[in-house]
Design a protein around this ligand. Structure first.
Ligand code: S3P
Length: 434
């Protein structure tokens, strides 16, 4: 087990370029693999999750060269994947498992997917149901609705799927299978989740449309296609990774941090909106758009924050940032309520439990609820042992909490940050003075 000791900091200053967006990096490898031609990806996230995606597509016969954050994917075309000789290991990655299932449902060979203990305890029924309705035959080998999954492809037909959850992984699995189906495939979700798959499919030449309905639900449609066409992709910095350094800049007094080239797709940017609602001093500079994805540099200055309510359609736009938002709330004046976020229970850990346990251990006033948590901010936090339970976002969120606690904290199993942010701790050391 690796342990990181974090000492309080009195000042965080400087510039930082966070690694590429995890969601976009996965999708770039996946679409590149089934496109015609070579996809060049720059600023790719070489974290463990995206490396799992690369390794699965290599086993499916795709040549992929990866040098640091530069990746070349020699696409095989929509029908060029070949049967793997072994089980596809998806590691800790829910995105790899769920999205690749959509692609595998449309192939001409069966295969088996499996991941680590955390992954193999996360619900897969949410993708098995629609993909099986389309004509695939996907079974949970353990009979518990989780991976390992056996995927037998079928001739697929397009469906309209009403998803009970706002989940980009579910939506993307169905849309990717839709490339191989007869007729149109569409997914309606209760509110709009991240739309990177729709944007990237369009830029690879697929026919995709989407809309948000007056009641806030959202539909995306795809038509079957003959070919996707490779293109170059510069992956924006991951707002989910930027969130830790934005929080450090806000919480540590007299800080000033410039986070460069951060992806600001509106379906991902809820974290910034909530920070601003809480009184954060954030300035967006150098805004641009590439491949439909907005980016900007974010200048963050130390701020005093107040409590807020985080709920409804905002939740899917910041679901991965809730651990760090809970940390901000613990330092804010007044009460913060997070609700409509039951999805937290099926992430890498049950994040309602793991956030509550660790914030309470630091001395915060936090009450877990069935779909979120209530935090009464303003109590001083003290350093302690933080149990990450191998959840990267818990490890990083509490490393930031530790910067403004009194006394030192130990982040247990800290190596799990490699899932989405290798180099996180050295960047923290570089920017934050002790
Ligand atoms: C992701 C979607 C989200 C998010 C995950 C990445 C994606 O999951 O939590 O980290 O890349 O599509 P859900 O779709 O389950 O909400």
């Amino acid at each position: 087990m690796s342990v990181r000791i974090i000492q309080p900091s009195h000042n965080c200053k400087g510039e930082i370029l966070v690694p590429g967006d995890k969601s976009i990096s996965h999708r770039a490898v996946m679409l590149g693999s089934v496109a015609k031609g070579t996809t060049r990806i720059s600023h790719f996230l070489s974290g463990a999750d995206c490396l799992s995606t690369i390794s699965c597509f290599r086993k499916l016969g795709v040549a992929i060269e990866a040098k640091k954050d530069q990746v070349l994917v020699y696409g095989k075309g929509l029908h060029g994947l070949r049967a793997p000789k072994e089980i596809l290991d998806t590691g800790n990655s829910g995105t790899t498992t769920r999205l690749i299932s959509g692609i595998l449902a449309g192939q001409s060979f069966p295969c088996v997917l499996s991941g680590d203990d955390s992954l193999n305890s996360r619900p897969m029924g949410r993708i098995m149901t629609p993909l099986n309705q389309m004509g695939a035959h996907i079974t949970s080998i353990g009979g518990n609705g989780c991976a390992p999954l056996r995927i037998e492809p079928g001739p697929l037909q397009g469906i309209h799927y009403q998803s009970p959850v706002a989940s980009a992984q579910v939506k993307s699995a169905v849309l990717l299978a839709g490339l191989y189906a007869s007729g149109e495939t569409s997914v309606t979700e209760p509110s709009l989740s991240r739309n990177h798959t729709e944007l990237m499919l369009k830029s690879f030449g697929a026919s995709v449309s989407s809309c948000v309905h007056p009641d806030g639900s959202a539909t995306a449609c795809v038509l079957p296609c003959e070919e996707l066409y490779a293109r170059d992709i510069r992956v924006p910095g991951d707002i989910s990774s930027a969130a830790y350094f934005i929080a450090a800049g806000l919480l540590v007094p007299d800080s000033e941090i410039l986070v460069k080239h951060v992806g600001l797709n509106p379906t991902r940017a809820g974290f910034l909106k909530v920070c601003q609602d809480m009184g954060a001093d954030l300035t967006l500079l150098n805004q641009t758009t590439q491949g439909g994805e907005m980016t900007a540099d974010i200048l963050v200055c130390g701020s005093s924050l107040h409590g807020t309510v985080i709920e409804g359609s905002l939740i899917p736009t910041l679901i991965d940032e809730i651990p760090i938002l809970a940390v901000l709330a613990a330092f804010a004046d007044g009460k913060t309520i997070i609700r409509d976020a039951a999805e937290l229970k099926v992430k890498e850990t049950n994040r309602i439990d793991t956030v509550t346990e660790n914030l309470a251990a630091m001395g915060a006033d936090i009450t877990p609820t069935d779909d979120g948590m209530i935090i009464r901010g303003g109590r001083p936090l003290h350093g302690t042992d933080i149990h990450s339970y191998l959840d990267h976002r818990i490890a990083m969120a509490f490393a930031i909490a530790a910067l403004t606690a009194d006394g030192s904290s130990s982040i247990l199993d800290s190596q799990c940050v490699d899932v989405s942010y290798p180099g996180f701790f050295s960047e923290l050391e570089r920017l934050c003075e002790r």
